[in-house]
Design a protein around this ligand. Structure first.
Ligand SMILES: NC(=O)c1ccc[n+]([C@@H]2O[C@H](COP(=O)([O-])OP(=O)(O)OC[C@H]3O[C@@H](n4cnc5c(N)ncnc54)[C@H](O)[C@@H]3O)[C@@H](O)[C@H]2O)c1
Length: 441
């Protein structure tokens, strides 16, 4: 297995990245920029073609980076798995969604592992990056790869290394975010750490793939539970006439032992709403209950309903029923200033408002047309971000704190704003008077 380590040192190793999405594309680029030749695999021919043309389909990844890597002959995208044989290292970055009953769906990992096994050759290093429960690399990927007849630790190496991408973040990049790496044996850890170390700034080796898998879940469970905590406190303080955001700002001044989390209309994004349930599911296999995870999930998934009840209260105070009112939801993205709407609570908000009889539109320039997703088909287009347009609605519901929604002049003609992110009052300033009426939710 010295061959692959040697080629990593010389940067002559070829890195294959299976899945060219939010995780795989930036990861592949970082290796290309470090001087490696990268082969990006994806089943979506549109992504393969876009990369070939040097175009980006992810807003925060500049096309110039892709163009430079492709033109320099260091990046090629393909749908042809036979090119796996060219690769010294194969990094798996395929989706790990939840099924309809919140059960883990590792089918993408399994099908990828089978494709790799069919072409596996001695000396290759395989690293799983997709978020999953502890044991997946050892108990599921390893036997699938060994079905090739090759033996793990003897003929090929296997590790897990979780991704820590935060779309839209400027202070950290794929290169500078520390990378945890755990192999199924010490040699796998050593070689995988050497590979990542050749392209990224800081590697954190751990004793096993299981620890690396669990580490990722701890990070996401931590966020989910703390967000649930502030969401629950938001509802309690609201009853008491206390503004939770003001409380959090005050608590943040404590120089130790406190970390601020912000409440919102519900969880969004590819990770936090989903990954904790991977652990809850696996815990059951070991006869354990992941109570914090379940409780946080319950509180967080309740949030859109709570926001809708606030919209009803706000309209009621104006003498209007929610039924038949025109409501505009501001923001379809799950977080500010990104074109990522995966698991965004805005979809559910819109559907719940519709169920209550409201006539609903949305405004989000990042999504001129609402995508049809596995769960939702809104059939809507974004209305323009324009004060006159905003003035035509009975209520606005701010769901995403995009910078463009922090322009107070947008709300000139608005009557009622239900603000789930605490940005509108500051945008309007103290001169706004009592119009629009702002309801924090
Ligand atoms: N997006 C994030 O911020 C983030 C952060 C940390 C971890 N993760 C984890 O990383 C993994 C990938 O997430 P993502 O956000 O990149 O997903 P994504 O949907 O953006 O990308 C996955 C890509 O894999 C492709 N694909 C699916 N099946 C394939 C197959 N059999 N062969 C080749 N390509 C295939 C899809 O076409 C898609 O382009 C998930 O496990 C996710 O939980 C994501």
């Amino acid at each position: 297995m010295n061959g692959v380590a040697e080629r990593i040192r010389e940067r002559s190793a070829v890195v294959g990245v299976v899945g060219q999405g939010y995780v795989g594309l930036p990861l592949g680029l970082v290796f290309a920029e470090a001087g490696f030749r990268v082969v990006g695999f994806d089943v979506d021919p549109r992504k393969v073609a876009a990369i070939g043309r040097g175009e980006s389909y992810i807003r925060h990844i500049g096309p110039e980076r892709i163009g430079a890597a492709v033109a320099g002959g260091r990046y090629v995208a393909t749908g042809d798995y036979d090119r796996l044989v060219e690769c010294d290292a194969i990094l798996i970055c395929v989706p790990t969604p939840l099924g309809r009953h919140r059960e883990p769906d590792n089918s993408y990992i399994h099908s990828t592992a089978r494709e790799i096994a069919a072409r596996l050759r001695p000396g290759q290093l395989v690293v799983l990056e997709s978020t999953t429960y502890p044991g997946t690399t050892d108990e599921e990927v390893r036997p699938l790869l060994e079905a090739s007849g090759l033996r793990c630790g003897v003929d090929f190496l296997l590790a897990f290394s979780p991704e820590r991408e935060d779309p839209g973040r400027r202070d950290y990049s794929t290169r500078s975010i520390p990378k945890v790496v755990g192999g199924v044996d010490p040699e796998s850890t050593r070689v995988a750490a050497a590979l990542y170390g050749a392209a990224l700034e800081r590697i954190v080796p751990v004793s096993s793939a299981r620890v690396a898998e669990a580490c990722k879940l701890l990070e996401n469970v931590f966020r989910s539970v703390n967000i649930a905590l502030v969401n629950e406190l938001k509802m309690i303080f609201d009853r008491m006439g206390i503004d939770v955001w003001e409380v959090i700002e005050a608590a943040k001044t404590k120089p130790f032992g406190f970390m601020a989390f912000q409440p919102g209309p519900g969880l969004g994004g590819h990770c936090i709403p989903l990954d904790p349930f991977y652990l809850a599911w696996k815990a059951a296999e070991h006869g354990e209950w992941a109570r914090f995870i379940e409780l946080a999930g319950e509180v967080n998934t309740r949030m859109p309903r709570w926001v809708v009840s606030k919209v009803a209260d706000a309209l009621n105070a104006e003498g209007k029923p929610l039924h038949g009112s025109r409501v505009l939801v501001l923001g379809l993205a799950y977080k500010a200033n990104v074109d990522d709407d995966r698991e965004s609570p805005s979809y559910e908000l819109i559907e719940l408002l519709r169920e209550a009889g409201a006539v609903v539109d949305y405004c989000d320039p990042y999504f001129p047309v609402a995508r049809k997703t596995r769960k939702h088909d809104l059939g809507l287009r974004s209305v323009p971000a324009d004060p006159e347009v905003f003035g035509r609605y009975d209520a606005l519901v701010l769901a995403t704190a995009h910078d463009l929604f922090k322009d107070g002049s947008l709300y000139r003609g608005a009557r009622v704003v239900v603000d789930t992110r605490n940005v509108v009052a500051a945008a309007l300033g103290p001169e706004a008077g009592d119009r629009p009426r702002i309801w924090k939710a």
